[in-house]
Unconditional design. Sequence first.
Length: 575
Amino acid sequence: MLSQDYLTQALLANKTLTASELKEIKEKIKADNIGLEEYLIKKRVVTEEILYEMAARHLHIPYIDLKNQTIRKDILLSIPEPIAEAHGVIAFDRDETGIKIATTDPDDLQTFEFLERSLQTKLQIYLTSPSSFREALKQYHQSLRAEFAKLTGVEEKKDDIKEGNLQELAEDLPVVRIVDTLLEYAIFERASDIHIEPTETQVLVRYRVDGILKDVMTLPKNIQPGLTARIKILSNLKLDEHRLPQDGRFKIKNKEYEFSFRVSIIPVFDGEKIVMRLLQESGQVLTLEQLGLQKKPFEILKRNIEKPHGMILVTGPTGSGKTTTLYSIMNVLNTTDVNISTIEDPIEYRMPRINQSQVNPRIGFSFASGLRALLRQDPDIIMVGEIRDLETAEIAIHAAMTGHLVLSTLHTNDAVGTLPRLLDMGIAPFLVASTTNLIIAQRLVRKICQNCITSYQLSSKNVDDLAKQLDLPALLKTFIKEGAITENQNMENLLFFRGKGCKQCNQEGYKGRIGIYELFEITPAVQELILNRATSPQLKKAALAQGMLSLLEDGFLKAKNGITTIEEVLRVTKD
């Protein structure tokens, strides 16, 4: 959709409307809460084609009508269908100077740059109307159907498929192209996981983007054997094993990026379900400043990572960014005068000058046995991917007692709950009290898309609903204490923010993620409580008394500052 500024200038330049007529229309659309383009077409002031032709003339770019144009298959498929659909771009012709691209949004420079890099050729940008674009998009389905036709008959013969036949299927060009498209689009969309799920009649493909699973496409059922075989070959897995789970890994690398795909295949009722985790090996580790900590928690973290020994534990559910936080801490500690060793499952990022080991339970290389071996490697700093059992916990705590700084993760809901968890595992209270320096609990919230951010105030009903879930007076006190609001403000006159949804964020209103944190520092007063086997509520009371910001409070401060939304904070902090 064209911006209102472009439309206004084009309409005035073409003398379709006068300035006063435009002003009148803008007042109407503001009241009706619809866009200028939608209004003009709905009221038949101008047709969609003429509107986009005028805009193209004004922008000095050529206009193309694709409604009756047949696009050559090799040119059309140079841009994968999901990218074409999500970003309103389609390749329709090619000459010696480059590829001709039709778009409905001439401002989408980020997509044009990505396409120029991936296609390694110059782009000639043309403007087209949304209806013309939708017609051209149908040609993808025609060409895909033609390619899938080559695979017909697989479904009927599936009982007779041998390993040799699967090998041939996996190397068939349509299958290769489909897998390449799935992987490329997942990288482009910043997905963290790809789910390929067979159902009775089709194959569903879903991506997890910013922590939320979303449907991307459905594929015909008869593509399933070839698709699964292709991914098994890439991951070096057994082609003829359909009854047992399999795990593998493969990499894709080019000038722009290097990604590792961790593959898990498990048999389900309608075939084999595949989940691929994307790990960007060439990605930069975040600095402590980029993690998104508030000022006081940031100072607490810096103070504790400077201690020569003890334990720093990061807690939270799977996918809450714990490993990223540990890597950011290690990045600060990674100097020439220390030896850092890790035991992980799996190694998610490669870090220079850090000795990283991956557990392998099949050969008896567990966290506990790996940690014992690491202690004979003269380490100064040890990172244990996860404390899962008493044996690992005991070795980690004894390492922290004997002069090592130990970093690790645990699965608990909040920072305070970590201490009772360690005691429940069977660790003596005096060991927990004397070795634990800091516990960080965290979640990841989606960030508001800065391209379509808008402010709003809570209605009295919204405030009443929040009051049923939260202690609002305590929350307001936190806002005042942190300098986010003045004392005479209340929830109803505060500004909060949300994203309206735009092309940049695929109409989601969110783009990217950031952490919310609570940091529980183990002070002498807290050590005393641990020795007396204090309960979680008693420990929570002590933590808040020493100024700990809770996950909810940190989240609401970020919502107040326009980083995330109230809905996101409530979604990730509910128990």
